[in-house]
Design a protein around this ligand. Structure first.
Ligand SMILES: Cc1ncc(COP(=O)(O)O)c(C=O)c1O
Length: 369
């Protein structure tokens, strides 16, 4: 069969599907940056530049059961997360990254023709998975200061609406939504997914309310605060009935054995990891102050491990390229609702220093320094 012939058999919506613009792996940048690949400073995917707990590396080096499938009901893992979150294990279900749980939740609620409400600018994976599941994304833009338009969301609810997504704090803006607003959405009776991927940096959560509502779901991840992005491990807090359905529809061994070991060791080293979170939060405030001094960028206050900036002079895409050449990776946005912005992950103090120096040089080149 010719490729064209095969393509005719692929779902038409997938043929037209744009995919996700994922962060670049440094290995793919050989020849495109002016520094050795090992010196690249990766501030483009909100990873934890302090790495994971050293206990995780040690335990994985000594782990002898990689030949055995992990427990499909995640019994030990859910108990560990119960201990960490203070939420009973029957409410918990884990995924290969919290991203996989977004897909499983959509798989549970959304079929072709159903609608999903989202508030851009926000995490692009809501759109990605909604489209792949055949749903329609109904976008209710945030206000200029990135607050959710609660009345707008309520007005957008129709007969086909199946779920409302709220990232809190939000990516890429770093801003939070007051819990009263979230409750107003929950009180519509529709399933509401509150994505708390950055909870450890913000300290704000609606998880304790999960036991009071049949329609409130909360997502969390070990990617950011625990530095385990590469192992793909996240979890959700769901009404037990929904958790049971999710356990039924998930791929049987969706969380790998190494990730389970990593969670166990991370939780044994919780003080170490939360100290790193504190260091990142302190560094975020220093970075914010430094960015504010550059008059051609407008940083927004953040409750996460990254800072969103509007680029006031020049194009965000060009700024991203200039930083990349110097070996500093950031994310740029040029889509409706998030035009001409960059998002910078917070690293260690030396990463802030290198970034600010590069931005000052670039500012000098474009005569705005
Ligand atoms: C708001 C939000 N939710 C979920 C995720 C996904 O995290 P993971 O799949 O690594 O758990 C991210 C990652 O950047 C995010 O920003």
């Amino acid at each position: 069969m010719t490729p064209e012939g095969i393509e005719r058999l692929i779902r038409p919506d997938v043929v037209n599907f744009g995919g996700y613009r994922a962060a670049k792996s440094p290995d793919t940048l050989v020849g495109k940056v002016e520094v050795p690949i090992e010196s690249i400073i990766k501030l483009d995917a909100n990873e934890n530049l302090y790495g994971c707990s050293p206990r995780v590396n040690q335990a994985l080096a000594n782990y002898l059961s990689l030949n055995i499938y992990p427990d499909s009901r995640q019994t030990q893992l859910r108990e560990l997360i119960q201990e960490y979150s203070g939420i009973s294990a029957e409410y918990i279900m884990a995924g290969s990254g919290s991203s996989q749980l977004i897909d499983l939740i959509l798989c549970l609620f959304v079929g072709p023709g159903d609608e999903v409400i989202s508030c851009p600018p926000t995490f692009a994976m809501y759109q990605f998975y909604t489209q792949l599941r055949g749903g329609t994304l109904v976008e209710v833009p945030r206000s200029e200061d990135f607050a959710i338009n609660v009345n707008g969301v309520k007005a957008a609810i129709g007969k086909k609406t199946k779920i409302i997504f709220v990232a809190n704090p939000n990516n890429p803006t770093g801003t939070t939504t007051p819990w009263q607003d979230i409750l107003e959405l929950v009180n519509t009776g529709l399933p509401v997914l509150v994505d708390e991927a950055y909870y450890e940096f913000s300290g704000e959560t609606v998880a304790p309310l999960a036991s009071q509502y049949q329609n409130l779901m909360v997502l969390r991840t070990f990617s950011k605060w625990a530095g385990l992005a590469g192992l793909r491990i996240g979890y959700g807090i769901f009404p037990p009935q929904i958790a049971e359905y999710l356990l039924r529809i998930k791929p049987p061994y969706n969380v790998n054995a190494a990730a389970v070991v990593a969670v166990k060791e991370s939780l044994k080293d919780i003080d170490y990891l939360l100290d790193r979170v504190k260091a990142i939060v302190a560094e975020r405030e220093r970075l914010f102050g430094e960015l504010q001094k550059l008059k051609w960028l407008k940083p927004f206050p953040s409750q996460t491990n990254f800072i969103f900036c509007s680029v006031l002079v020049g194009k965000a895409s060009e700024l991203q390229q200039k930083l990349q050449k110097r070996g500093i990776l950031v994310r740029y946005f040029d889509l409706p609702f998030w035009e001409n912005g960059i998002r910078i992950s917070v690293g260690k103090p030396e990463h802030t220093d290198a970034l600010i120096k590069a931005l000052q040089e670039i500012g000098g080149e474009i005569n705005v320094g």
